[in-house]
Write a protein that binds this ligand. Structure first.
Ligand SMILES: Nc1nc2c(ncn2[C@@H]2O[C@H](COP(=O)(O)OP(=O)(O)OP(=O)(O)O)[C@@H](O)[C@H]2O)c(=O)[nH]1
Ligand SMILES: [Mg+2]
Length: 271
């Protein structure tokens, strides 16, 4: 989605479950509007937060005009997977996009496509490298080909359905995913408490929630160094994204078991 919209809307890290919400990225030209809907990945939900993430993933099956199933070289399809079976029966065209072909040989790509042919026989298979921007244009062309005639859904200058606060929170979460190990990134949620745009700068106050006291210590780090790094790097991303100076204040709070707490999941914007 980022490659096609030309903006970094979805954060990207090597860790699984980086994306937690469905994010619309909107591409406008005089002739058309394409709404990309990036969703969390398909997962086995073991706590409430993940149930909500799975719901967001499923929602793509309901309202998309074209379904893009993004997989990567090395990932093999499981024919018993219920979600895949639904994709196979989708009433809209399905593009099976195989990413990361920069890491593989031609033979591996062909073998991979053959495997997917068995599970999603009707889907068009397109190998790409999002990293090298290789063949991304081919996917885009097929999307345009399949799009129905319709008035624009969003205003023609819209870029996304999410707020500036949301992106500020995501930039902080990205740095936490990048710099902390094991459970920490998964136990973290970021809430933007205040977002005040002034003449020369934006003042942002954020609370980072963790589930346990010990995680709070790790997050802050020796003499606060680890948290300072998160703040500094997130602030630089924000200044780039908002094109304005940013003053960022971070606080860390413990909220036991928030990932299983319906009230907190709602508060954090999961539906
Ligand atoms: N080698 C290679 N790596 C890639 C390519 N595209 C993405 N990556 C890397 O793959 C990792 C995962 O990327 P994400 O965009 O977070 O993946 P995602 O599918 O959205 O995953 P979740 O949000 O965690 O569900 C990151 O480390 C990317 O840099 C590619 O074409 N080639
Ligand atoms: Mg993602």
């Amino acid at each position: 989605m980022n490659a096609m919209v030309g903006e970094k809307l979805s954060i990207i890290t090597a860790k699984a479950q980086t994306t937690r919400h469905r994010i619309h990225g909107i591409l406008n030209t005089p002739d058309y509007q394409v709404i990309f809907s990036d969703t969390p990945g398909i997962l086995e939900a073991s706590y409430k937060l993940q149930e909500n993430m799975l719901k967001a993933a499923r929602s793509a099956l309901v309202d998309a005009d074209v379904l893009i199933y993004l997989t990567e070289i090395g990932e093999t399809p499981d024919p018993d997977n219920v979600f895949l079976q639904k994709v196979a029966k989708a009433r809209v065209p399905v593009l099976l996009v195989i990413n990361k072909i920069d890491t593989s040989s031609q033979e591996q790509v062909i073998a991979c496509m053959e495997q997917w042919d068995k599970v999603l026989p009707k889907a068009e298979k397109i190998p790409i490298s999002a990293l090298l921007n290789f063949n991304v244009e081919a996917v885009f062309k097929r999307i345009l080909h399949h799009l129905p005639e319709s008035p624009p859904y969003y205003p023609k200058d819209a870029l996304t359905d999410k707020s500036e606060r949301f992106f500020a929170g995501e930039m902080i979460r990205e740095k936490i995913l990048l710099h902390y190990k094991q459970e920490i990134p998964y136990a973290v949620e970021v809430e933007i408490e205040s977002f005040k745009e002034e003449a020369r700068l934006i003042r942002i106050g954020a609370v980072i929630y963790v589930e346990r006291e010990s995680q709070k210590g790790i997050l802050i780090g020796n003499q606060g160094k680890a948290l300072k790094r998160v703040g500094r790097e997130a602030r630089l991303d924000m200044e780039d994204f908002f094109q304005k100076k940013v003053f960022l204040e971070l606080r860390v709070k413990v909220q036991k078991e928030w990932r299983n707490n319906e009230r907190f999941i709602k508060k954090f914007g999961y539906h």
